[in-house]
Design a protein around this ligand. Structure first.
Ligand code: FO1
Length: 474
């Protein structure tokens, strides 16, 4: 069956020893010294890419360890809070990490769950374990970039520290060296580099050099008491955390939904989406793996495969590019001049409705479609992609200013969506409210030249009432 095929593929894939690793995926955070001959292990600080297989950062760390004939350790630094994340997100993440820890144990690689920020816990860990090389993964967001920078400043000077973009297919800093204007300007750059980077992964192998000390057992339930997060936003039932469950969703997407992706992905009543974003956000499933698997069906479903590559690669990597090169990625100042100007011109326009954050959060506006979308997000932790645009644009229309609209949209997205707190989320909100990566449209009240969407337009596209019936207030 499928497992035997997977196993055969793993055996056929070149091993990490003989594999020619593309060093463009790697950059040095700090040089270290060549004289580190007292090294006792290599450490992968896992952060964004929370999986064992299909992970270029993990592979780079194992490769270093094999070359130097050293044990390999993996750690994760659990921070007490992260943006608007709630217990919904932490449980999803920690259950996934539990699977990572089990898989690491089978591979002779100790996994350490460290409580606190990297800068506070890793310098001691590095010294005590004799870490001779540190590898981490990459996120373009402000906070994780600060974590890396803070650690660099406190790390013993002789320890080389490398960063690998394990999330993107084309590494973010290679895809483009500047902020791209739109999908049109980045698409060609991404596609030109796919043959080089969209390659099969070698497997992480059972590590031949045993650790000098075994990993201390992890008290998974106890670590929840270190968190300072809201416990009222509950876990969702439909999304089982972890790589195995995420890979099963990928499989069901290919078997059941891929065929209608090109035709029905904008219909919130149809099951046509991959639904992978929670697992992709936490790195439990690699986007590159998803693309490699989906592309095998290009002969049967060419339009769907192309549409999926456009969304999962081009649009996603455009979002990474925006956050990486624009320090105002989550504020109106991040928008183009034309958009900031047009929003200012219309700042005093009368809003047809004005809602407070609480009214929005509870889904008690006059618009049953908007309320249903909001409830879908609150109850299921995932709003349909098409409705995300409508949802955010109405927040612009119904709040006092674009600044307030963006603040509310990001707050709600980060608090309820399993895939919130992600470049895609910020870019989605800025696209809807501030016209980022979009063009100017016919001028109208409140929106100015920002693209407008309305209820009547939705009605033309899908059965709005069917969707509204699905999400009644509880
Ligand atoms: N990464 C960590 O290294 N430690 C954490 O404690 C942590 C919590 C966390 C909570 C919610 C969430 O959405 C992501 C979280 N991440 C955490 C992952 C990661 O830092 C981010 O997903 C990326 O940096 C986003 O690009």
């Amino acid at each position: 069956g499928e497992e035997a095929i997977q196993e055969a593929r793993r055996r056929a894939a070149p091993s990490v020893r003989e594999f020619k690793y593309n060093k463009k995926r790697v950059r040095l955070v700090s040089q270290g010294s060549d004289l580190k001959d007292d090294a006792r292990c290599i450490l992968y600080w896992m952060c964004r890419d929370q999986r064992v297989q299909d992970n270029w950062a993990f592979l780079y760390a194992q490769r270093l360890a094999l070359k130097q004939e050293l044990p390999l350790h993996v750690c994760f630094c659990l921070v007490p809070k992260f943006l608007e994340a709630t217990i919904r997100h932490y449980r999803f993440m920690l259950r996934g990490l539990q699977e990572v820890a089990e898989e690491c144990a089978e591979l002779n690689i100790p996994f350490h769950l460290l409580l606190g920020y990297a800068k506070d816990v890793l310098p001691t860990f590095v010294t005590e374990h004799g870490v001779g090389g540190l590898v981490t993964d990459f996120s373009p967001l402000r906070l994780p970039r600060q974590w890396v920078e803070d650690l660099r400043e406190r790390l013993p000077e002789d320890v080389p520290f490398a960063q690998v973009d394990a999330h993107n297919i084309v590494p973010c800093w290679i895809a483009s060296s500047k902020q791209e204007y739109s999908a049109r300007t980045i698409r060609g750059k991404i596609h030109a580099q796919l043959p080089e980077f969209l390659t099969e992964f070698p497997p992480i192998v059972r590590h031949p050099h045993p650790p000098s000390c075994p990993a201390e057992p992890i008290a998974w339930e106890a670590c929840y008491s270190s968190l300072q997060v809201d416990h009222t936003v509950k876990e969702v039932e439909w999304a089982t955390p972890g790589t195995a469950a995420g890979m099963a969703v990928l499989k069901s997407f290919i078997a059941e939904r891929l065929k209608s992706f090109s035709t029905h992905r904008n219909d919130p009543n149809k099951a046509a989406l991959s639904n992978l974003s929670p697992w992709l956000h936490f790195g439990q499933v690699s986007t590159q793996r998803a693309i490699l698997e989906v592309q095998k069906h290009r002969r049967s479903y060419k339009d769907s495969v192309d549409a999926f590559v456009e969304e999962a690669v081009v649009r996603r990597e455009l979002a990474e590019n925006f956050c990486y090169y624009n320090e105002n990625y989550d504020s109106v100042q991040g928008a183009y001049d034309w958009a900031q100007t047009t929003l200012k011109v219309h700042a005093k326009d009368k809003r047809p409705y004005l809602y407070s954050l609480q009214e929005l959060e509870q889904g008690t506006t006059h618009d049953p479609l908007w309320n249903a979308a909001q409830l879908q997000m609150v109850q299921e932790g995932k709003m349909h992609g098409f409705l995300r645009m409508y949802w955010a644009k109405k927040i612009l229309e119904w709040t006092r200013s674009p600044e307030e609209a963006l603040q509310f949209a990001i707050y709600l997205n980060d608090r309820y969506e399993l895939d919130g707190r992600d470049p895609n989320g910020y870019v989605g909100c800025l696209w809807s409210i501030c016209g980022i990566h979009d063009q100017g449209w016919a001028e109208r009240p409140v929106f100015g030249k920002i693209r407008y969407m309305n209820y009547a337009g939705c009605k033309r596209k899908f059965d709005v009432e069917q969707f509204e019936r699905r999400y009644a207030p509880t």
